[in-house]
Design a protein around this ligand. Sequence first.
Ligand code: G3P
Length: 217
Amino acid sequence: MKFFVDTADTAEISDLAATGLLDGVTTNPSLIAKSGRDFLEVTAEICKLTAGPVSAEVVALDHEGMMREAEILRKIADNVCVKVPLTIDGLKTCKKLTADGTMVNVTLCFSATQALLAAKAGATFVSPFVGRHDDNGFDGMQLISDIRLIYDNYDYATQILVASIRHGVHVLESAKIGADVITAPPAVIKGLFRHVLTEKGIEGFLADWAKTGQSIG
Ligand code: G3P
């Protein structure tokens, strides 16, 4: 399973990229606003921090407007993945861009039938939002299972990119279901490294080591 980080904070991206475990980055207009940075400038910088796909989202709602914005975004770097909303105009744009070989992430997916449409439109990635699905009284992980089943039934190549992840259990369940990618905030990814018994274990080993009076090297 690939790990993308969901942020436009370049310091956080560099930090995670240094682990060697980061496969890409996703951003959205809210994350760009949070960064306080110029959209095109920060996207270009992020594209240099990872060799993997960097999702940059259009804000136009009509197909022509989306295409105009996508032209600008895809010129930033080869690893830009244009992000479009799951609407009729978004999927028209997806079909056109992917036919040209541009990566497209279809975002704001909240149903398995929407995901089916994204696959038929040739999406590189589909982003079902599990956290927001849960927040509204639905079962986010059931949505992922349903999409996995449908994509496997028809051998769709569209990758399931689990988004709006809130905690480690979402990551665990995504891996069990066989999602292709997860994107999570930096704090959630960093939390995956931690376990109370790992910390306790280190503490115990170091306390015993101190008793030996030795040092390595
Ligand atoms: O980037 C899309 C998605 O991950 C947003 O998550 O936390 O705003 O629901 P969230």
